[in-house]
Design a protein around this ligand. Structure first.
Ligand SMILES: Nc1ncnc2c1ncn2[C@@H]1O[C@H](COP(=O)(O)OP(=O)(O)O)[C@@H](O)[C@H]1O
Ligand SMILES: CC(=O)N[C@@H](CCC(=O)OP(=O)(O)O)C(=O)O
Length: 295
């Protein structure tokens, strides 16, 4: 199947005209895309092809090296509820006891990961699904949190990128479920934004793009097109940034600290958001900067 037939002619022409300089600029560069549970298309496992997946394939076809890290928080909560369990979150992180971890591993490593890999395959693009346990990719330790015990929630201590380099060198798109492993072999639930940030840093990615269900970091209903680390501290302190946005902005800063070059938060539900970010002059969404904003 030709991916470009899925994009309307008008959109395609517009995208191509603007994209040409950026295609050259980013050729061979790694772009880590975090695809969240609130934006993963409900259509993906039915007939229609998920438009975000088409955009990711577009990136690959013009020479970039996409790496996908996915969430699936909503799907985890749905299955937990069906099993009669309540989901509990502290500062955007799921409190993960052992039965919850079983569900997390089934949903992220199984259902969601395979749904996405199958969708890439259906669009004619070879993707390989893995969790952070495979190839010792995401090494973690138990996360200690000021507000209490979160159970089997892991924080990434090291990323072993060999398996990703091998997949990229062989032309595959890696699709990663955020499950980590500690030295003793215990598996942990890792927030998908944190996993994506750590992976983007370790790969020295050209871009980390966090897709979510809002058009960027909002303040009084307006998207901030650019924020710095210092501004983020203030936004968290005054409650502007809360809930799931907290691990997201922390992941952005971590990615920048460890070597990712550019970090963006944008709305995955917006049509061709990824292409608009990568291939237009001003991009879209919020650009997160490690230092002070540029003029
Ligand atoms: N300042 C903010 N700007 C935008 N979204 C925010 C902000 N503070 C909190 N949020 C919340 O963060 C959510 C995104 O985080 P989350 O639900 O974890 O997304 P995802 O599932 O895509 O990772 C938004 O839908 C919004 O409710
Ligand atoms: C520790 C923790 O909170 N892990 C997340 C992992 C999935 C995730 O992050 O999914 P989204 O990106 O769709 O929110 C969870 O259990 O929901």
């Amino acid at each position: 199947m030709n991916v470009l037939t899925e994009i309307s002619s008008a959109d395609k022409a517009q995208i191509l005209i603007e994209a040409l300089p950026y295609i050259q600029k980013f050729s061979g560069k790694i772009v880590v895309v975090k695809y969240g549970g609130s934006t993963i298309s409900a259509e993906a496992d039915r007939d229609g092809i998920d438009p975000v997946i088409l955009d990711i394939i577009w990136l690959k076809q013009v020479g970039l090296l996409p790496v996908v890290v996915h969430g699936g928080g909503k799907a985890i909560t749905k299955l937990l509820n069906r099993l009669g369990h309540q989901a509990q979150f502290v500062d955007g992180l799921r409190v993960t006891d052992e039965p919850t971890m079983e569900v997390v591993e089934m949903v992220l490593g199984g259902q969601v990961n395979k749904q996405l890999v199958a969708a890439f395959g259906a669009a004619g693009c070879a993707a390989v699904g893995l969790t952070g346990v495979d190839g010792n990719l995401l090494q973690v330790q138990k996360k200690h949190h000021a507000s209490g015990d979160l159970g089997l929630v892991g924080e990434v201590t090291n990323v072993q990128t060999e398996v990703l380099q091998a997949l990229l060198a062989s032309g595959f798109i890696p699709v990663i479920a955020p499950i980590g492993v500690d030295e003793a072999g215990t598996r942990y639930n890792v927030n998908a934004d944190s996993a994506a940030g750590a992976i983007a840093g370790a790969l020295q990615a050209e871009k980390l793009i966090l897709l979510t269900d809002v058009p960027g970091i909002l303040k009084n209903g307006v998207v901030l097109s650019e924020v710095t680390a210092a501004q983020i501290d203030d936004l968290i302190a005054d409650g502007t940034v809360s809930g799931g946005m907290v691990p997201k902005v922390e992941a952005c800063l971590e990615a920048l600290r460890y070597g990712a070059r550019h970090v963006h938060i944008l709305n995955g539900n917006e049509r061709h958001a990824l292409l608009l970010e990568v291939f237009t002059k001003n991009g879209i969404g919020t650009l997160v900067q490690g230092g002070e904003p540029t003029a």
